[in-house]
Structures are given as C-alpha cells and as structure tokens.
Unconditional design. Structure first.
Length: 215
C-alpha cells in the first residue's frame, strides 16, 4: 500500500505543474468573455463588380475644349420640345459647336463631337478661315421639330437667325442668304457622354419665314 501512495502523489503533483505551465505559456484556450476581447476580421465573399464597359482610350494629346462664354454667343430655344432628350443634348452642345464656328477652329469640333459630325463641319470651317469669313454673334436657333431616324438617331430641325451665318467682309454680304432665317437639321445620337450631334442632315422642305428669333 505504501508503494502505491507515493507514485499517486507524484502523479498528482506532475499534473498540477503541467497544467500551470500550459496556462502561462498560452497553450490553454481562453473561455468566451474571459481575458482580452476577441479581435474578429470579417472577409467579404462578395466579388467586386465587373466593369460594365471598357475605359475610354487615352488621348494622345491635350484636348482643346471651349466652354460657352459668360455672355452667350448663341441662344438655343427648345420650345415645345424641351423634354426630348435629343433636344436637351443639342441645347447643351450647340454653344460649343457655335464657338468653333466663331473661332474658325475645327479642332474644337474634333475633340468634342463624333467623327462624322467633325467631317461634315471641318470643310465649312476651313472655307471660312481661307476666305476670311467671320461670324457675327450673338445668334439664335429655334427648335422646330424632331424626327426619329434609323439606328436610334433623332433628327432635330432648327431655324437659325441671320447672325448665326458667316459674313463675307469683301462682298459685304452673308455667305448664306437668309433674311428670314436659315433652316438646319442635325442628327443627334446617344453616346456615353449623352446626346451629341452625329452629322448634318438635309433640311429639305423646312421654312423659317414665320419664326421669331430672340437674338
């Protein structure tokens, strides 16, 4: 009986010492709510959204943009068509286009509008620069109507006041004769930047004799 009691006491002592050592070394688990507060890192398993479209290509050179001046060079009157998105786009973009005509700078059109519209306007601006034609702002344009076209294009019909035309100082006359206004049609297309002029369209059959221009 004495032989069994000594090892039992030694065994109890050994277990007690090992338990204390494990607790000091951090080997024993800490009960919930005990000790220092737990630090939890939550990892989101929701994947990031994929881009809906490729980013636009970077321009090789600085863009030349001209904002409409404080005193408007041209007034665009939408009339009864103000709620049409294509007309809203024209009201915003036409002053930039008109500023290119006044400055006789085709690069403004090139850097702000689709290529088709630039191709239509470039020759006209170059002719004005070559012949010394000048624009005599302020001018005004009145929206006369809209016509849907194929490929989701909207044709906006305008009547332009005389002062939106080029003046020939040598001939002392307007390049385009239009004492009662000049008809113009612009096809608008929806782009990533909103509705922009797509190309100049024929204005066949349009009459501006009864239009009253604000400028």
């Amino acid at each position: 009986m004495r032989r069994l009691s000594v090892p039992a006491a030694l065994l109890a002592t050994t277990l007690l010492l090992s338990a204390c050592g494990a607790k000091e070394s951090g080997g024993m688990p800490v009960p919930v709510g005990g000790g220092e507060s737990e630090r939890t890192i939550t990892l989101s398993r929701t994947p990031s959204a994929e881009p809906t479209a490729a980013p636009p290509p970077k321009s090789s050179g600085p863009k030349k943009t001209v904002a409409p001046p404080a005193a408007a060079q041209v007034i665009v009157v939408p009339g009864n068509f103000a709620s049409n998105p294509a007309v809203q786009g024209l009201v915003k973009s036409y002053p930039v286009y008109f500023s290119a005509l006044v400055a006789r700078d085709a690069d403004i059109v090139k850097n702000n509008f689709p290529a088709y519209f630039y191709a239509d306007v470039e020759e006209r601006i170059n002719d004005a620069k070559r012949n010394g034609w000048v624009m005599k702002p302020p001018g005004s344009a009145v929206v006369m109507g809209t016509v849907p076209q194929p490929l989701d294009v909207v044709r906006v019909k305008l009547c332009l006041s005389q002062s939106t035309q080029y003046w020939n100082p040598k001939a002392k006359a307007w390049v385009v004769a239009g004492p009662r206004g000049v008809a113009q049609a612009i096809d608008m297309i929806r782009t990533g930047l909103g509705w922009l002029p797509y190309r100049l369209a024929p204005a066949t059959g349009m009459k501006c004799g009864k239009v009253r221009f604000p400028a």
